[in-house]
Write a protein that binds this ligand. Structure first.
Ligand SMILES: Nc1ncnc2c1ncn2[C@@H]1O[C@H](COP(=O)(O)OP(=O)(O)OP(=O)(O)O)[C@@H](O)[C@H]1O
Ligand SMILES: [Mg+2]
Length: 385
């Protein structure tokens, strides 16, 4: 496991050979450069993104920031120039066109802004099409299944109409039923409500919420910040880069520009269960944010024993006390034994101080947390003696 790129403290710098239980969707260093007559344009600049089963992720960002390009990497509609895309463990970036379309048809439901129903087929025939294409369900079952899906989106009574005879909102509901035809675990939607009025958008969004509650995983691009807030998580795309989600959660008072800058500066590190990340008494070099797993904050006892002062999880940070104070670690922090590989992002001392100098609010937040922890630790130490 500990191969190349070892940091002095033994952390593994690489994201690609960490192995272990995977994320449902895992984009690793994805770069997409378009070539056109006007020259080349890099729409994704080394994007890392993970999505776990059961999440409802909203992808937001300005027009032209790279949201659709990102989505097209997940669906395999387009290929990365470099980097890797894993969906349900399948290396999507390596699939040939033939295998890709069958894989996609069975594993993903895809919903676009413009519903893309086939105009010459009736509503129910549109919903049956993916089952026919991927040869899923017995032919004799397909009609009943399609009707059942149309019932779920309240469109069963229009089943025999042509798409041109129903409204935009109704067409989108049919498109959702079609996306669900093969019962895929993942739904990918690119501005599914972009062409709908606000009331119809809300209804479609409600349908998505129901699907997430029923166990689906959804990644949805949207321009609508109100809808995005109702998702379980937002991913911000800016100029072909993704703001590190844990950074945004841990330091919520940073501006979007600051988040992008810091996202570029951070190092990603992984630690095996039980492995120390910082050691009591050592000089402090980094500020850490946990992006996966749990860590234990340990105060070493004079007699050689140890006290677990705190357990921290995803989106929480550590290492701030020594950077703000005397520069020497006053506790050991290690990857918890019981919870798999721990992933963190680390910001070095100088970058950390530069960030606090730029964001007063963040400085106040971090100093408050440091003070609370210092008080709690000295209580714990007092209890030890
Ligand atoms: N086929 C292509 N050839 C060249 N450039 C492209 C191509 N597709 C997209 N781009 C460029 O890549 C950038 C990102 O495009 P993308 O469609 O991903 O943006 P978006 O965030 O989805 O925008 P919108 O919100 O308007 O849909 C844009 O600057 C766009 O012009
Ligand atoms: Mg787009």
């Amino acid at each position: 496991m500990f191969g190349r790129w070892l940091k002095p403290n033994g952390a593994n710098r690489s994201r690609t050979d960490t192995g272990g239980p995977g994320h449902l969707i895992d984009l690793r260093n994805v770069v997409k450069t378009y070539q056109s007559a006007a020259g080349s344009f890099t729409a994704l600049k080394g994007v890392n993104l993970t999505v776990d089963a059961g999440e409802f992720v909203a992808v937001i960002g300005k027009s032209g920031s790279g949201k659709s390009t990102l989505i097209n990497m997940i669906t395999g509609i387009d290929r990365p120039t470099s980097g890797e895309v894993f969906v349900g463990g399948t290396p999507v970036h390596t699939l040939g066109e033939g295998r890709m379309s069958v894989w996609r048809g069975r594993n993903l439901g895809i919903i676009f802004q413009f519903f893309q129903l086939l105009p010459s087929l009736s509503v129910i025939e549109n919903v049956m099409l993916p089952m026919d294409f991927c040869n899923m369900y017995r032919p004799s079952e397909r009609h009943a299944r399609a009707l059942h899906l149309l019932e779920q989106v309240e469109m069963a009574d229009q089943a025999h109409k042509l798409p041109s005879a129903i409204s935009g909102g109704q067409q989108q509901r049919v498109a959702i039923a079609r996306a669900l035809a093969n019962d895929p675990p993942i739904l990918i939607a690119d501005e599914p409500t972009g062409n709908l009025d606000s009331k119809t958008s809300a209804a479609v969004f409600q349908l998505f919420e129901n699907l997430v509650n029923a166990g689906k995983t959804i990644v949805m691009v949207t321009h609508d910040n109100d809808l995005a807030r109702r998702a379980t998580r937002s991913v911000i795309v800016s100029d072909g880069e993704i703001v590190n989600q844990y950074l945004a959660r841990a330091l919520p008072r940073l501006s979007l520009d600051q988040l992008i800058t810091v996202t570029r500066q951070i190092d990603r590190l992984t630690y095996e269960p039980g492995q120390p990340i910082v050691r009591q008494g050592a000089e402090a070099e980094y500020f850490y944010i946990i992006t996966k797993g749990r860590v234990e904050v340990i105060i070493d006892q004079p007699g050689g024993g140890e006290l677990i002062a705190e357990v921290l999880g995803e989106g929480q940070y550590f290492g701030e006390q020594a950077l703000l104070g005397g520069g020497v670690r006053n506790a050991t922090v290690r990857a918890a034994h019981d919870n798999g590989v721990v992933e963190v992002v680390a910001l070095d001392r100088n970058e950390f101080h530069a960030l606090l100098a730029e964001s007063e609010g963040t400085r106040a937040d971090v100093e408050r947390v440091a003070a609370e922890r210092r008080a709690a630790n000295s209580d714990a130490r007092a209890a030890l003696t």
